[in-house]
Design a protein around this ligand. Structure first.
Ligand code: ADP
Ligand code: MG
Length: 311
């Protein structure tokens, strides 16, 4: 097997730096941008470009046929949400190799869904999981292991080992949140992670960049963050799930006065967007808004003590 050290332009010292910066495989290098790589490991952009090109050649990346890409698509896995109705409008559950965004107002069920998916991903495929682990990046301080234990009581899972299969990190600001994603590849490999959660995606970006003059910088960083997440999803064939808030649109008098935070950058990077809203009591309504191959559709699900389920 070809190692990083075998690539032209990569000496032992550069190999160490590459690994430390999260470029631990040829796959990660092949999809890197030269600018990013140059900054991360402190080399010239031309050298970075050469390294990326060499990694691509090793992996024979370039054009492929639809038939070859069909094989990639067939390897896409699905994680059940716990609700058959919701799974059904998602085409069978939350998919790997993609970013799925759940957005909606406060208490619409985003965090509950994130918790439920961390458990479901650990189930065997015949029960809607991927027999894999989860990674949870929490920017709002709402991650609750005791809630996981409550949800788990209704599954055939052992509490301690299930909790051990959920790697958790509290993000303290937007830079830290980005760093956690940059560091994710090595953990993903080590722990067989097939689900990466960011709950919530834009909270820090929104609170840290407030003035009008800072909007461009915010969007630039958010763009980079999302592309790192997308790369993680594609390189490791895992599911990325992000929760996102909505902003009130006081300028809108008709229709739904809410839109997800992050504008077209988030819209563009997320593969499937699902709008959640509260209905009566424990009921929630999910609507697939944007997806490359799913129709716009609505489903009702419930949040109960045992977790996400059908109404
Ligand atoms: P958000 O979209 O703001 O992340 P949450 O996912 O935190 O919303 O949803 C919070 C809602 O989930 C609560 O208002 C409640 O209706 C429901 N919920 C939370 N915990 C439980 C529980 N243990 N049993 C039943 N319902 C719960
Ligand atoms: Mg939440």
């Amino acid at each position: 097997m070809v190692e990083l050290e075998d690539l032209p332009g990569v000496g032992p010292a550069t190999a160490v730096k590459l690994k430390e910066s999260g470029y631990s495989s040829l796959e990660a290098l092949a999809v890197a941008s030269s600018k990013e790589l140059a900054t991360a490991v402190d080399i010239g952009e031309t050298t970075a470009q050469k390294i990326i090109q060499a990694a691509r050649e090793q992996l024979e990346i370039g054009y492929s046929t639809a038939l070859e890409f069909y094989d990639v698509r067939k390897a896409v896995g699905r994680i059940t949400t716990g609700s058959q109705q919701l799974d059904s409008i998602l085409g069978g559950g939350v998919e790997t190799n993609a970013i799925t965004e759940f957005y909606g107002p406060f208490r619409s069920g985003k965090t509950q869904l994130c918790h439920e998916l961390c458990i479901k991903v650990q189930l065997p495929p015949e029960n809607g999981g991927l027999s894999a682990a989860a990674l949870y990046i929490d920017s709002e301080g709402t991650f609750r292991p005791e809630r996981l234990v409550q949800m788990m009581e209704h599954e055939d899972l052992e509490i301690d080992s299930t909790l051990q299969n959920i790697v958790y990190a509290r993000a303290y600001n937007s830079d830290h949140q980005m760093l956690l994603v940059e560091e994710a590849p090595s953990i993903v490999k080590e722990k067989n992670i097939q689900l990466v959660i960011v709950d919530a995606l834009t909270s820090y970006f929104r609170s840290e960049y407030t003035g009008r003059g800072t909007l461009a910088e915010r969007q630039q960083k958010l763009n980079k963050h999302l592309h790192q997440l997308l790369r993680l999803a594609e390189v490791h064939n895992l599911a990325v799930v992000v929760a996102n808030q909505v902003m009130a649109r006081p300028d809108m008098f008709f229709g739904d006065p809410t839109a997800p935070v992050g504008g077209h950058i988030v819209a563009h990077a997320c593969t499937t967007r699902v709008y959640l809203r509260k209905s009566k009591g424990e009921r929630r309504i999910a609507r697939v808004i944007d997806s490359p191959c799913l129709p716009e559709a609505e489903a009702v699900f419930v949040i109960k003590e045992e977790g996400i389920g059908d109404a």
